[in-house]
Write a protein that binds this ligand. Sequence first.
Ligand SMILES: NC(=O)c1ccc[n+]([C@@H]2O[C@H](COP(=O)([O-])OP(=O)(O)OC[C@H]3O[C@@H](n4cnc5c(N)ncnc54)[C@H](OP(=O)(O)O)[C@@H]3O)[C@@H](O)[C@H]2O)c1
Length: 280
Amino acid sequence: MVLSGGTSGIGRIAATEVAAQGATVAVIGRDQTRGETLVAEATALDGDIQFHQADLATQATVRSLAGELLDTYDRIDTLVHNAGLSSRLRTETEDGVELTFAVNHLAPYLLTHELLDRLRSSAPARVVVTASDIHHRATFEFNDLQFTSGYDSLQAYARSKLANIAFTLELADRLEDTEITANCFHPGFVPSTNLFRDAPLWTRVMVRAAAIIPGIGTTQQEGAQRLCKLVTAPKFKERTGTYVTGEGITSPTTEASNPENRKRLWEISADLVDIDPDWP
Ligand SMILES: NC(=O)c1ccc[n+]([C@@H]2O[C@H](COP(=O)([O-])OP(=O)(O)OC[C@H]3O[C@@H](n4cnc5c(N)ncnc54)[C@H](OP(=O)(O)O)[C@@H]3O)[C@@H](O)[C@H]2O)c1
């Protein structure tokens, strides 16, 4: 299994759990020390976690990461896009893309493209994307997808999670005749992770308070369980194009499922990462 965002939060717990079940887990993260600590902990428990250091903000790094993964693993049967961030200020990556959109949406889009042939040859295979119910607050606004004006960190984050769902549904449709499924999920509101470390002060205060008040939100363990379910449950070897929440398979907003929106996002994304939109 290849899993991004496995050095912290729900991804870290999920990586450890899946490794404990006997799988080799390739974890992608930015921080070498956090990665090495995770590998050492897994090794002590006889789990096989390999760490691949990469900042998913830049497309060149995503491409060289894909090359490294293809060189290292003959088989990739599960690809989990779980890395995510929320950025207080609007910044652009070296590719000139708004950071939240680049890391949360474009990196999964490009990495899936780069690894698709290996998923195909390893099928049955799964692509799993960590989305969020916060997408209910978002619209695409295709004339200013990357908030060149009126940037708001929570809105930018919500739009990137909307993009996660639209991408997953479109991918599932395009892979209909293959043995690769694509599903996404909402882990719950998990206030104890590091997700909002760069959020505005007021958001950080609210999230920290929620993390210490018993009964508010979901634990990291529960969020990780939802991820593990999509990765391991036999059902999701067959079911594809679903959005899963605490209530089970749920309909996302029509903004996410609308075929025109999905196609438009797909084509814009292809243009931004400079690939032919006519894939897979
Ligand atoms: N927490 C919630 O309430 C909540 C709710 C709904 C959805 N989610 C989603 O759940 C996923 C996991 O988030 P979390 O709550 O577990 O937060 P987290 O503890 O902050 O974990 C985020 C992970 O993403 C990685 N990451 C962030 N930016 C990256 C980049 N530029 N390149 C490579 N890796 C990067 C982080 O790596 P580093 O160790 O290098 O920082 C970390 O491993 C995210 O997709 C998030 O949107 C969370």
